[in-house]
Design a protein around this ligand. Structure first.
Ligand SMILES: Nc1ncnc2c1ncn2[C@@H]1O[C@H](COP(=O)(O)OP(=O)(O)O)[C@@H](O)[C@H]1O
Ligand SMILES: [Mg+2]
Length: 330
């Protein structure tokens, strides 16, 4: 099966000035530093990492909302253009976005069913009565009851608004939804409902997800494959349960151990990370994680570890790990 989305060596740098210091020379901020991954049709890749590690920038690059500094994004076998012509608009119909804040994504002055039908109106797809009928079908599919169809966004709860946003994204039958922190603004109980809904919609419509969150617990629930990002790079990737139970990279180990678990015994002590991540405009040499790593070796300060195959669908970037078929570091 060929991948729906192929991201290769994607990089995005920004030129930034020190705040309030206009005379300072601009420095280079490495928001995304060479990321590669695939998303298969109808499957979910979860992208997880702390705030500021480059998740939203990756989403914008994938959608062609921002040009990469280097690397490529191919969707359905075609390079995603970074200039917004007719080709970009046609591609964008097949790739939809769901953000964290549904109220910001909706127009406060329009009833929600009109907003769900809007993408069909813009494309003049079907007669007006058919469009609103299709909007109501999709609103029912995302769990909205008919009494809510003609309400205004502010009359709905956060979870209901996110369902409206999902219905509007799905009405054009996209092959991929890029979901950037789609449940982070919702109460925990509502989060679980929306996560279940996303899974249900995937099996009904066959849509693939690039699911982005800082919350490993949520990512595990929705993903077929998880990629862990740290300071603009993927440091570990693999199937969610395996990655969760046997994290290989020290950063993933720390993320997993920070999740409260009734099953974890005293033997699995929490791995506490020291300090904050370094600034992406002053990345350390070698492995970017080494200043916080509890098991760093001298080599980690000098050489950046490559993402290597560990076998069984697992990959990680750490000098302490032995590649599949390789030999242990001395
Ligand atoms: N337009 C921009 N100009 C300068 N820096 C940016 C811009 N967009 C993002 N950044 C920086 O890039 C880094 C990654 O940001 P982002 O992709 O939003 O991370 P995340 O979504 O993981 O929280 C951050 O340090 C952020 O401040
Ligand atoms: Mg973000």
């Amino acid at each position: 099966m060929s991948a729906l989305l192929e991201v290769r060596d994607l990089e995005r740098r920004f030129s930034v000035r020190g705040s309030g210091l206009p005379w300072r020379r601009p420095s280079t901020l490495h928001a995304v530093g060479g990321v590669s991954f695939d998303v298969e049709p109808g499957r979910t890749l979860g992208l997880v990492g702390e705030s500021g590690c480059g998740k939203s920038t990756t989403a914008r690059l994938v959608l062609g909302l921002m040009a990469p500094t280097a690397g490529s994004v191919r969707f359905e076998g075609v390079d995603v253009p970074s200039e917004r012509g007719a080709r970009w608009r046609a591609l964008r119909r097949r790739m939809q976005m769901v953000y964290q804040d549904p109220l910001g994504a909706l127009d406060r002055r329009l009833p929600v069913d009109a907003q769900v039908a809007e993408p069909l109106d813009i494309a003049a797809d079907g007669r007006p009565a058919e469009r609103i009928g299709r909007a109501h079908e999709l609103m029912a599919a995302v769990g909205l009851t008919p009494n809510l169809f003609a309400r205004y966004p502010h009359e709905l709860s956060g979870g209901q608004r996110q369902r409206v946003v999902l219905a509007r994204a799905l009405i054009v039958r996209p092959a991929l939804l890029v979901c950037d922190e789609p449940v982070s603004a919702l109460d925990v109980s509502i989060q679980a409902q929306v996560v279940n809904l996303l899974r249900d919609l995937q099996s009904r419509f066959g849509v693939a997800y690039l699911f982005i969150s800082h919350d490993l617990k949520v990512v595990r629930q929705v993903s077929d494959e998880v990629a862990v990002m740290y300071l603009g790079r993927i440091v570990e990737q693999g199937p969610p349960d395996d990655l969760f139970h046997r994290p290989q990279h020290p950063y993933t180990q720390a993320l997993v151990s920070a999740i409260p678990s009734p099953w974890r015994g005293a033997a699995d002590a929490r791995v506490m990370l020291e300090g904050d991540p370094p600034s992406p405009s002053a990345l350390p040499d070698g492995c970017a994680f080494h200043p916080r790593c509890p098991v760093a070796m001298p080599a980690c300060r000098v050489e950046r570890p490559a993402l290597v195959d560990l076998g069984a669908g697992r990959r990680a970037a750490c000098h302490r790990l032995v590649p599949s078929g390789g030999t242990a570091p001395c």
